[in-house]
Design a protein around this ligand. Structure first.
Ligand SMILES: CC(=O)SCCNC(=O)CCNC(=O)[C@H](O)C(C)(C)COP(=O)(O)OP(=O)(O)OC[C@H]1O[C@@H](n2cnc3c(N)ncnc32)[C@H](O)[C@@H]1OP(=O)(O)O
Length: 457
């Protein structure tokens, strides 16, 4: 097989393999932690990849679960042995693996926290057996990634990856949700019996998961819920938001977290959803309110987070719903008269979406201020107060836009005529996009902390 020499291969961290053995046997030496070039079929190109796991398919040939270096883990996949270029194989050296791994993860932007090296060798077992090893959700509670401080505050709010190589492997083949069939991106701790199925079926209203289309059909006959539970706090232009209390609707909240985990890599799942509120965005038709996405929010956040996790289901992505969810989260913060920020770390797509939202919101505020107060100067504090975007996020956005300059002993916001024109055009373009209508939001913040204190006495 003709392989390309990848300049990313680090000679110090990876040693050349001893070439003994032919046929299928030669793949025995391709173990967890090895790196080699793998044909990425979707892109039709060879890329440097790391072996995460391996198993024998039912026909006896070997399969490898690979992570493409410098790519997000949603592109990780099982590949057959004929897609591996053994001439580029580098074995992990003792002590070198950890360094190589964390360096790569930082580049991928998968986990700002870093991880421990994966030391456990995955035994070569049939795929079916391996799937059965995936722990049951109840055994995962509480899933505490080693090296980070455990928190019992639930709902995927904990930052960091689990160490277990099994949780690095996508365990659900496909989900059917409403009219969409979706291929999950990451591991989610659904019950192990479901992991061997070709597809799992999820009720789009109550989010219960079922093993077959027949079970779903029977369930739908009984499921009286044509919308998420909780209070409908927003309704405009066929879009609604439902506020769901993780304590009052525990089963829905847990099912939502399980579903979301399929598309969120950098959060660890917890089952204590009590401290969270969930804001589910739906689109309405004659059959009911269909889930598009959601964000969760701590009832009380010491760190001033106004979003814990945010997700738009893949079938609705890149249509402006992410911006809509973000805008909604800041509308809630405005009513609370607080500033807020999303929980860190952000995923690659989360960062793109927030950067885009922050840039537009800040530029709009800059121009509006200039119109309201010609000749006056605006401060970072003013922008933060009127947008509810936390001060640090305002500053980082201004820096990223190259508008925050150090001048005569202080920082000033400077916008050139050229940039002003560019942003005015972009703001004009966003007017065509769907926006939150604040007058359609019926919501008052609740004092969860006070309530708990009162009930104690
Ligand atoms: C706090 C946290 O939870 S961080 C984790 C964030 N969540 C995830 O990563 C889960 C998986 N991803 C998602 O659910 C979605 O991709 C979200 C929620 C991040 C974004 O939702 P979308 O509906 O796709 O976002 P939307 O269409 O509003 O786009 C927002 C901006 O991000 C950009 N963007 C979104 N997805 C992509 C992409 N795949 N590639 C390039 N740009 C993208 C858009 O171009 C847009 O920028 P623009 O307004 O300047 O054109």
């Amino acid at each position: 097989m003709a392989g390309i020499k990848n300049p990313e291969m680090d000679e110090e961290l990876f040693e050349k393999p001893k070439t003994n053995g032919v046929g299928q046997n030669q793949y025995e030496r391709v173990i967890e932690g090895c790196r080699l070039n793998v044909k990425m079929v979707s892109q039709n190109e060879w890329r440097l990849a790391e072996i995460i796991s391996r198993c024998r398919a039912s026909n006896g040939s070997m399969k490898f679960y690979v992570h493409y270096v410098d790519c997000n883990r949603r592109l990780d996949e099982w590949v057959m042995s004929d897609l591996l270029d053994l001439s580029t194989l580098r074995m992990p050296q003792k002590g070198g693996k950890k360094g190589a791994q964390s360096r790569e993860e930082n580049k991928d932007g998968n986990d700002a926290e870093g991880k421990k090296g994966r030391k456990r060798k995955i035994p070569l077992v049939p795929l079916e057996e391996m799937k059965a090893e995936v722990p049951d959700p109840l055994q995962i509670v509480p899933a505490v990634p080693s090296g980070s401080t455990p928190s019992l505050r639930g709902s995927m709010s904990m930052v960091g990856h689990s160490e277990d190589a099994m949780t690095r492997i996508r365990n659900i083949e496909c989900i059917e949700l409403g009219r969409s069939r979706i291929q999950p991106w990451y591991f989610s701790p659904y019950p192990q019996q479901l992991t061997s199925l070709d597809c799992i079926y999820i009720c789009e209203f109550c989010l219960k998961y079922l093993k077959s289309a027949t079970c779903l059909r029977r369930h739908m006959e009984k499921c009286a819920l044509p919308h998420p539970p909780g209070n409908q706090i927003y309704s405009y232009d066929k879009l609604s938001f439902f506020e769901i209390d993780g304590r009052k609707n525990k089963s829905y909240a847990q099912n939502l977290c399980l579903l979301a985990k399929l598309f969120l890599d950098h959060k660890t799942l917890y089952y204590d959803t009590d401290p969270f509120l969930f804001y589910v965005l739906t689109e309405e038709d004659e059959k009911g309110h269909h889930i598009v996405g959601y964000f969760s929010k701590e009832k009380e956040s010491a760190e001033e987070y106004n979003v814990a996790c945010i997700l738009v289901l893949p079938s609705f992505q890149k249509k402006g719903y992410g911006s809509l969810l973000i805008e909604f989260s800041y509308e809630l913060s405005k009513i609370e008269q607080k500033t807020g920020s999303p929980e860190k770390p952000l995923s690659d797509l989360g960062l793109l979406s927030y950067r885009s939202y922050w840039s537009m919101a800040i530029m709009k505020e800059l121009f509006a201020f200039k119109q309201r107060h010609p000749g006056e100067d605006i401060t970072v504090q003013d922008i933060s107060a009127s947008t509810s975007i936390k001060r640090e996020d305002v500053v980082s956005t201004l820096q990223q836009l190259d508008l925050y300059k150090y001048y005569r002993g202080q920082y000033v916001i400077v916008i050139s005529e050229e940039k002003r024109q560019v942003y005015e055009n972009r703001i004009e373009a966003t007017k065509k996009k769907r926006r939150i209508n604040p007058t359609a939001l019926q919501w008052r913040p609740k004092e969860y902390g006070k309530k708990r204190t009162q009930s104690t006495f």
